[in-house]
Design a protein around this ligand. Structure first.
Ligand SMILES: [Zn+2]
Length: 696
C-alpha cells in the first residue's frame, strides 16, 4: 500500500487547476484510482441512503461524485492514447475494471432510478430548467435500456441476452481477424507489380518477409516477391493498382467472402445476433431493435431515416451510372472492351482519377506549413465566433511538442482553453485524430470551472530545418477536431452532463466538426492557410481547382455504397425475420439492387465482416454518417446564403451558430437546437449540392 506522503504528492489526486501532465507517472495510477473508486463507492452508498426527489438531493450529489474521476482517471485515459508504455498499460488494465464497475453501479442504481422517476412526476419537475430535465430524462432512459425496470424472469432473461450478445460480439470480430490473417496472395512475377506505388511495394515486401523469416534472400520492395493480404492498407491500393485482373479477382473474392466458411463462419452468429436483439427490444417494450437504437438519437423514426435514404438514393443513382460509363469509356479507349467486373472498378476508377485530377500530397504540402495553417484557422475563428486564441507556454504537458492555448471572448475574458498535440509519434501515440474533454464546464459551489479540450492529430512532424508541412487531408482533420473542440469550449451550459459535447445525441455530434471542414474548400479561407514555406507564395490556382474538383470524384458511387450499408443495417434491425426464409445475405443482395449499378456477386458475403453493426457500436446506427453530413452541410449553407465573402453577414451568422449549436450543446434536443440556428428543419439540398449531385 502507498503511504500517506506519497498519496499527498500524487498528481492524480489534485482537484483544481489543470492536471499536472508532466508529473504523472505510471506508478501514480493504481494508488490514486483505487482511492478515488473506494471513496466514490462509499459516497454513492451515502447518496443512495439520503436520496430525495429534488435536484439538490439527487443529481447535484451524483455530479460531485464525477469530479475526482475528471482529475484522477481522465488524464490516465488520455496518456494511454498519447504517451503509452508497458508500465502505463499494466496500471491502466489493473484499475479499468474497477472504474467500469463503479460506472455501472452508479448508472444502474435502483434507488437512484426510482428517485429520479419520482422527481419527474412531482411538482418539483416544473421548477427545473430544460437542461436539468434533459439530464434526468436521459439518465432514466439509459437505466431503462439497461433493463432496470424489468423484474423476475424477464430481468434474468434480459441479463442472459446481454451476456450472450457480448460474447457474440467478441467471437464475430475474432473470426474476422482470424480469417483476415489466414489469407494471403503471393505475387512473384515482377510484371504484376508494375505501376504499384512505393508504399504498396514496401508494405507487400515487408509482409512477405514477415512470413519468411529464415530465407537467404529476403524480399525487396523493388524486386519482390510481394505478399498481399486482406488488411485494408494492402487490399485497397492493390485493387487500385494491380494490372493483372485475374489476381484482382482472386483477392476481391477472398475479401467479400471473409469469415463465411468453416470454423470462422459468421453467418450463424449474424442470425443469432438479430434474433437476440429482437427479443431484447420486445422485453424493453419496443417493436424492434431499430426503435431501441433511436430511443436516444436525434432521428425521430425509422420512417424518417428511410426517407433520407430514398432522397439520397434517387439523387445519386444517375451520377453513379455515369461514373461507371466514364470508366467503361476510358477502358475501351485503352483497348479493353471485355465486360466490366466488380473487381475492375477500383482499378479503372484510379486510372481515370489520375487522368483528370492528378496531384499528390507532396505537391501540396510545401504550401501548408503548420504555423501558417494554425494562424489562418485562428483568424477564421475570430471572424466567425469573436474569439481570440493565445498560446501559453508555462503549462505542464506530456511532450515538449504539445501546445496549450487560451480562448478569450470579445471582451477579453478567458472562456476556455485547449491542448494541441499535433504531431505523429508512432513510438507511444495512437494513430488517427480525436477530440476529448480534459475538464468540462461546470458550476461547483458557486465556482465556475472553464472547459478544457484535448485536440489530438497525427500530422507530419517538423524535420531538421523543415517545418511541419501538412497534407490537405491533415488540414481537414485539424479543422474537424477543432469543430468538436469548439462545441466543448464555447458551451454556455453549467451542468457538466449536458455541457459541450456531453448529452448530445450520437447522430448529431458530428455537426460542428464536419461543418468546420467545409471551410477548407472556401477559396479565400483556404488561401489564407497557405504560404510556401520557402517562398511564401500562396497555393497556385490550378492546384486549388484540382483539389476542389477531386472532392466530388465519383460522389454518386460513394454515396450509393454508404447507402447499401445503411439500408441493410436498418432492414436487418426492422424487417428481417430470423425464422423466415430470406437469409441475411439474400436481404443484403435484395437491397443492393437499389444501390449497386454493377450487381454484387451472388456469392458476396460481406455481411460476415460488417464489424460496425455486429461488433462495433453502429447497430441500427450506420445511417448516422449521412444524417450528420446533412446537418453539417445544411448548417454551412446558411453561411453560403448570406454570401461567404460578405464579412458582416458572415459575422452575424457565425454569432448565431455560436449561440445555438456551440453554446447549447446537449441542453436541448438537437432538432430544437438546429431549428434555432437554421429557422427550419434540416434539408438534404445542401449536401447534394456540395457533392455535385443536385439536379438541374
Ligand atoms: Zn468527428
Amino acid at each position: 500500500m502507498a503511504d500517506l506522503d506519497s498519496l499527498e504528492q500524487n498528481p492524480l489526486l489534485a482537484t483544481s487547476g489543470l492536471p499536472d501532465f508532466a508529473a504523472i507517472r505510471p506508478e501514480h495510477v493504481v494508488p490514486a484510482v483505487q482511492k478515488i473508486v473506494t471513496e466514490a463507492t462509499e459516497k454513492l452508498v451515502q447518496v443512495e441512503a439520503q436520496l430525495a426527489p429534488t435536484w439538490e438531493e439527487s443529481l447535484a450529489k451524483l455530479e460531485e461524485l464525477d469530479r475526482p474521476f475528471e482529475y484522477g482517471w481522465k488524464p490516465v485515459g488520455h496518456l494511454f492514447g498519447v504517451k503509452n508504455s508497458d508500465e502505463l498499460r499494466v496500471a491502466y488494465e489493473t484499475v479499468l475494471p474497477q472504474v467500469v464497475e463503479f460506472g455501472l453501479r452508479a448508472s444502474q442504481s435502483e434507488p437512484i432510478y426510482r428517485t429520479l422517476k419520482q422527481l419527474r412526476d412531482s411538482a418539483e419537475w416544473g421548477k427545473l430548467s430544460e437542461a436539468q430535465q434533459r439530464i434526468i430524462t436521459d439518465r432514466i432512459k439509459g437505466a431503462e435500456l439497461s433493463g432496470i425496470a424489468l423484474t423476475g424472469e424477464q430481468r434474468e432473461r434480459f441479463n442472459a441476452i446481454e451476456q450472450e450478445l457480448s460474447q457474440l460480439s467478441t467471437d464475430f470480430s475474432n473470426h474476422v481477424l482470424d480469417a483476415t490473417k489466414a489469407y494471403s496472395l503471393d505475387v512473384t512475377n515482377a510484371a504484376d507489380a508494375e505501376g504499384w506505388p512505393s508504399t504498396l511495394r514496401n508494405l507487400a515486401a515487408n509482409a512477405w518477409n514477415a512470413a519468411h523469416k529464415d530465407v537467404a534472400t529476403p524480399a525487396t520492395p523493388a524486386a519482390g516477391p510481394w505478399r498481399v493480404t486482406l488488411e485494408f492498407p494492402l487490399f485497397g491500393p492493390f485493387m487500385e493498382h494491380c494490372r493483372n485482373g485475374a489476381l484482382r479477382e482472386q483477392l476481391y473474392r477472398a475479401f467479400v467472402t471473409r469469415a463465411s466458411t468453416g470454423d470462422l463462419n459468421n453467418e450463424p452468429l449474424i442470425v443469432r445476433f438479430l434474433k437476440l436483439r429482437q427479443e431484447k427490444a420486445r422485453l424493453l417494450g419496443y417493436k424492434n431493435f431499430a426503435d431501441v437504437s433511436l430511443a436516444r438519437k436525434m432521428a425521430p423514426s425509422v420512417d424518417a431515416i428511410r426517407k433520407m435514404f430514398q432522397d439520397l438514393r434517387s439523387a445519386a443513382w444517375d451520377a453513379a451510372v455515369k461514373d461507371l460509363d466514364d470508366i467503361r469509356q476510358l477502358r475501351a479507349s485503352r483497348g479493353d472492351n471485355a465486360p466490366l467486373n466488380v473487381w475492375d472498378v477500383a482499378f479503372w476508377a484510379e486510372r481515370l482519377r489520375e487522368e483528370r485530377y492528378a496531384y499528390t500530397d507532396d505537391e501540396l504540402r510545401p504550401y501548408f506549413p503548420f504555423e501558417k495553417v494554425l494562424d489562418g484557422l485562428f483568424q477564421l475563428l475570430g471572424r466567425l465566433f469573436e474569439v481570440t486564441i493565445n498560446q501559453q507556454t508555462d503549462v505542464s504537458v506530456w511532450n515538449p511538442d504539445v501546445r496549450y492555448y487560451r480562448v478569450h471572448d470579445a471582451a477579453g475574458k478567458q472562456i476556455a482553453s485547449f491542448y494541441l498535440d499535433a504531431f505523429s509519434r508512432p513510438e507511444n501515440k495512437r494513430g488517427g485524430a480525436w477530440m476529448d474533454d480534459c475538464l468540462g464546464r461546470r458550476k461547483m459551489g458557486g465556482q465556475l470551472q472553464l472547459p478544457v479540450a484535448h485536440l489530438v492529430c497525427n500530422q507530419t512532424p517538423p524535420h531538421g530545418d523543415t517545418p511541419s508541412l501538412m497534407s490537405f487531408r491533415e488540414v481537414e482533420t485539424l479543422f474537424h477536431e477543432m469543430g468538436h473542440g469548439l462545441q466543448h469550449m464555447l458551451t454556455k451550459v453549467d451542468f457538466a452532463d449536458c455541457a459541450g459535447i456531453n448529452g448530445v445525441e450520437w447522430d448529431a455530434v458530428e455537426l460542428p466538426s464536419q461543418f468546420m471542414e467545409n471551410w477548407c474548400y472556401h477559396r479565400p479561407t483556404l488561401l489564407s492557410l497557405t504560404g510556401h514555406y520557402q517562398t511564401g507564395e500562396p497555393l497556385p490556382e490550378a492546384l486549388f481547382e484540382k483539389v476542389r474538383a477531386a472532392k466530388n470524384y465519383r460522389a454518386g458511387s460513394m454515396m450509393l455504397r454508404q447507402l447499401l450499408f445503411g439500408m441493410t443495417d436498418i432492414a436487418l434491425h426492422t424487417e428481417f425475420d430470423p425464422t423466415g426464409i430470406e437469409s441475411p445475405h439474400e436481404l443484403n443482395l435484395r437491397i443492393s439492387q437499389q444501390t449497386s449499378v454493377l450487381p454484387l456477386l451472388p456469392e458476396d458475403r460481406s455481411l460476415c465482416s460488417f464489424q460496425h453493426i455486429f461488433s462495433g457500436g453502429y447497430a441500427a446506427g450506420y445511417y448516422s454518417y449521412k444524417w450528420a453530413e446533412i446537418l453539417s452541410a445544411d448548417a454551412f449553407s446558411a453561411f453560403e446564403e448570406v454570401g461567404l465573402d460578405n464579412a458582416d453577414a458572415i459575422h452575424l451568422t457565425g454569432q448565431r451558430f455560436r449561440d445555438t449549436v456551440l453554446a447549447l450543446g446537449g441542453s436541448q434536443h438537437p432538432m430544437q437546437v438546429f431549428k434555432a440556428f437554421r429557422g427550419r428543419e434540416p434539408k438534404v439540398d445542401a449536401l447534394l449540392r456540395h457533392s455535385g449531385l443536385a439536379k438541374g
